[in-house]
Design a protein around this ligand. Sequence first.
Ligand code: FMN
Length: 274
Amino acid sequence: MSLFSIDQKKCKRDGICAAECPAQVIVQPDKNSYPSPIEHAEEFCINCGHCVAVCPHGALVLEKMSFTECPEIQKELLPSSAAARELLLARRSIRQYQKKIVPQKVLDDLLDVARYAPTGSNKQQVHWTVFREPDDVHQLAVQVIDFMKIMLPVTTDEATVRRFRRIVDAWDRGKDRIMRGAPHLIVVSSPSDLSFPGADCAIALSYVELYAFAKGLGTCWAGYFTAAASLHEPLIKVLNLPPGHQCFGAVMLGYPQYRYHRIPRRNDPLITWR
Ligand SMILES: Cc1cc2nc3c(=O)[nH]c(=O)nc-3n(C[C@H](O)[C@H](O)[C@H](O)COP(=O)(O)O)c2cc1C
């Protein structure tokens, strides 16, 4: 079975698919021949679908990716660069949440969009563990606080001790600085033996954060939770990630209590121009 088929009535033999193929499994020796797969193409193809997506004529169909699974880009829906810039600058980490639950279809939509985040070699092994119940999210915070209480007497770094102490003291006064009272937590994991599992997960979470903001939701990275998720046995047990997976991040999610009205200043970029 061939990796792809070419509709010879549509193909203009422009060579774009062969040029764009990241794995170079498509060849077109000259302008008179049609594109064809190299020998053992299946072994090297990363199933990215770029050949289908880049063809201006809809002439190439992959065996494993039907044409209907590759909808045409609705160009009129793309944001202007100014709109995209404002979105990126205006997103904030949210630490005060309404007690409102995010509907399942909104959660579905967020994670559906995150499928389109880039992954190393298009592996797409990012896995989500979603805590939908606010009580469960609170229990996770309890576990992180337990972890901090265990770590405090054995931690030698002074700054970490002071930071943990403040968080634990706040917790004892009824203030949750771990989950911030967020109703939901989205945990991302990946097999740790991939080439770039941390990058895959972080980028996918960034997709979730930015799209969530565009939909009027708020998010915040749960850094303390993420650290504890790889070290604290009781938490590892509760998380119950797929075998071989490591947690590479998590974001709190909910409807923000407050709106932001300004973009805070950030440092100049650190750049070495060469
Ligand atoms: C890897 C990572 C871990 C973070 N962990 C936490 C956290 O545990 N608690 C928290 O309140 N914010 C956390 N944050 C949010 C940062 O404090 C926040 O991004 C930063 O202050 C900038 O604010 P902004 O996101 O609104 O631009 C984390 C952010 C990142 C990227």
